[in-house]
Design a protein around this ligand. Structure first.
Ligand SMILES: NC(=O)c1ccc[n+]([C@@H]2O[C@H](COP(=O)([O-])OP(=O)(O)OC[C@H]3O[C@@H](n4cnc5c(N)ncnc54)[C@H](OP(=O)(O)O)[C@@H]3O)[C@@H](O)[C@H]2O)c1
Length: 266
C-alpha cells in the first residue's frame, strides 16, 4: 500500500490528453446517479477511473462507457469503508488517469432507520460509509488538488441533511455531517483554485429508493445527472440542489417551527 507521500506525489499527465482533457475519478461509480453522470462524460470522450465494490458491475459499466465514447476507462473493485486503503487507491487511480481534474464522490447507503434506532452498530455503519469514509477520501484529495493548484471535488450529500426527520434521521445525520464538512472544506481551499461542489439531491429514482412509497414520482436519474454534469463543468464549486426546486422547498422545511415539525409525519 502506498505511503502518505505517494498520493501527493502522483504524477502529472504522461499520456496525450489534448483531445480528451477531462480525467474523472468516480468513487461509488456503480451508483445509479454516478452511472448516469458517467454516460454523459463518456459521450464527451472523457477519461474515467471507476471505483466500486462489484468487479462484475464495474466491468460491465466500463464496457458500456467505452462504447459510448470514453477515451479511457479503468476500474478498481474495493470496499471504500476501508480507510487504510484510500491513499494507495488514490495514488493508483491518479497514476492510471495521468492526473486528475474531477473527483466525484457518489458512494453511500440509506441503511434501515428502524434498525438504527436500536442497533448502534448499524447506525455507526451508516455514519462510517456516508461520513467517515468520504471525510477520509476528501482529505487526501483536497491536499492533492491543493498541491497541483486545481481540480474539482464534487460530493453527493442530500436534502436529508438539511433537517432531522423522524423517518430517516441517522442517514440525515450522516449527510448533515458531510454537508458541513464539504462546506468548510470549500471555504478552506476554494481561494486556492480548487472547486468544491456540494450536491443535494431530492429523491431520485435509483436502486436506493426502489420500492419506496411514491417512488414513481421521484426525479429521473438522467435529468439529475445532466444538471450535476453541467454544474461540475463550470468548475466553480458551491451548493446545488437537484432538481433545483428542492432549494426553496428545503428553505420552507427548515423554517417550520420545531413545535409544528415534530407533529408532522415526515
Ligand atoms: N437516490 C436518491 O434519492 C438520493 C437522494 C439524495 C442523495 N443521494 C445520494 O447520492 C449518492 C448516490 O445514490 P444513488 O441513488 O445513486 O444510490 P445507489 O444506486 O444505491 O448507489 C449507491 C452506491 O454506493 C456504493 N457503496 C455503498 N457502500 C459502499 C462501500 N462501502 N464501498 C464502495 N461502494 C459503496 C454502492 O455499491 P454496491 O453496488 O456495491 O452496493 C452503490 O454503487 C449516495 O451518496 C446517496 O446517499 C441519493
Amino acid at each position: 500500500m502506498a505511503e502518505t507521500a505517494t498520493v501527493l506525489e502522483a504524477p502529472l499527465p504522461t499520456r496525450d490528453l489534448s483531445h480528451n482533457p477531462k480525467r474523472y475519478l468516480v468513487l461509488g461509480a456503480t451508483s445509479g446517479i454516478a452511472e448516469a453522470t458517467c454516460r454523459i462524460w463518456a459521450a464527451e470522450g472523457a477519461n474515467l477511473f471507476l471505483v466500486g465494490r462489484s468487479e462484475e458491475k464495474l466491468r460491465a459499466m466500463a464496457g458500456d462507457l467505452r462504447v459510448r465514447g470514453a477515451a479511457f476507462v479503468d476500474i478498481a473493485a474495493t470496499d471504500l469503508d476501508r480507510l487504510e486503503d484510500h491513499p494507495g487507491l488514490l495514488a493508483h487511480a491518479i497514476t492510471q488517469l495521468g492526473g486528475l481534474d474531477v473527483a466525484y464522490l457518489a458512494f453511500g447507503i440509506l441503511g434501515e432507520q428502524p434498525k438504527a434506532e436500536t442497533d448502534v452498530a448499524h447506525a455507526e455503519q451508516i455514519l462510517h460509509t456516508n461520513l467517515t469514509a468520504p471525510v477520509s477520501m476528501l482529505t487526501w484529495l483536497a491536499n492533492f488538488c491543493l498541491k497541483q493548484g486545481r481540480g474539482t471535488l464534487a460530493v453527493l450529500s442530500s436534502v436529508a441533511g438539511d433537517r432531522g426527520r423522524k423517518s430517516n434521521y441517522v442517514y440525515g445525520a450522516s449527510k448533515a455531517g458531510l454537508t458541513a464538512f464539504v462546506d468548510g472544506l470549500r471555504n478552506r481551499i476554494d481561494r486556492d483554485g480548487v472547486g468544491v461542489l456540494t450536491i443535494k439531491p431530492g429523491p431520485v429514482k435509483t436502486a436506493m429508493t426502489a420500492g419506496m412509497p411514491g417512488s414513481e414520482k421521484f426525479a429521473d436519474v438522467n435529468a439529475v445527472a445532466k444538471d450535476i454534469a453541467n454544474a461540475i463543468a463550470k468548475g466553480e464549486g458551491g451548493v446545488m440542489y437537484v432538481p433545483a426546486k428542492w432549494r426553496p422547498i428545503m428553505a420552507v422545511v427548515r423554517a417550520i417551527p420545531d413545535s409544528v415539525f415534530k407533529k408532522l409525519n415526515l
